[in-house]
Design a binder for this molecule. Structure first.
Ligand SMILES: Cc1cc2nc3c(=O)[nH]c(=O)nc-3n(C[C@H](O)[C@H](O)[C@H](O)COP(=O)(O)O)c2cc1C
Length: 207
């Protein structure tokens, strides 16, 4: 047999079609996941908000491990819920306390317009009844991993956001990962401590 010439490469292998013989629930959710930017005014109940927070960063094991993976299980992420009117929560900014599956109110009042302005006036942020904001406290992870810890924390935000997207498909609630915002402005609006950096805004709404 004659050896293949290098010039023959690359060899293409057609993969079996997906979604034909067997489709898992996960594959269904993945196929339906889209960024949603057209929202309704219907608010979210406390139970629904609780489910999204748990999906993003909730505790899912007796040892305190969470729904999203974390390098060295150091958990540098924080989740804030920004609620407007018409939800099962008073309008305000809340911090998720994963260890207790609880919220602490940090600032009362509807700050969605201010947050939207910090996000280049993207209308999803002012319209969604609730937005989750994922931020990172880098020192929690750079202590062990140095500069690479910053990359790890940023990757973790992607995991958490995907969990939110997929739960949204299940519940008929849309989100759109918003990364275009002014960091300093978002920090100011949310009154974040100096060592906490916002990474993502995830508006949540029925559509
Ligand atoms: C890191 C990142 C930042 C993004 N920032 C924004 C944003 O600021 N505004 C927006 O409307 N969409 C934003 N998106 C959503 C993308 O536009 C969207 O994922 C892309 O168009 C693909 O569409 P799909 O999510 O429906 O598959 C962002 C997505 C990612 C991953």
């Amino acid at each position: 047999m004659v050896a293949r010439e290098f010039t023959d490469l690359p060899m293409k292998i057609k993969l079996p079609e997906t979604g034909v013989s067997e489709v898992s629930r996960t594959e269904e959710l993945l196929a339906k996941r889209r960024s949603v930017r057209r929202y309704t005014e219907r608010g979210l109940t406390k139970e629904v908000i609780s489910r999204f927070l748990w999906a993003a960063q909730g505790i899912s094991s007796g040892e305190g491990l969470r729904t999203a993976p974390s390098a060295g299980a150091l958990y540098p992420l924080e989740i804030h819920a920004v609620a407007g009117y018409g939800n099962g929560l008073e309008p305000g900014i809340y911090r998720y306390v994963a260890e207790e599956h609880a919220l602490t109110q940090e600032v009362p009042g509807d700050i969605r317009e201010k947050l939207a302005r910090a996000a280049l006036s993207q209308p999803m942020v002012s319209k969604a009844p609730v937005s989750l904001v994922i931020s990172a406290v880098y020192p929690r992870i750079t202590g062990k991993y140095g500069k690479r810890g910053i990359r790890y924390a940023d990757m973790e935000a992607g995991h958490a956001a995907q969990n939110v997207y997929l739960l949204g498909v299940e519940l008929g609630i849309g989100t759109c990962a918003v990364g275009a915002f002014n960091d300093e402005e978002v920090k100011k609006v949310l009154k974040l401590p100096a060592n906490e950096e916002p990474l993502y805004i995830l508006p949540l709404s029925y559509f």
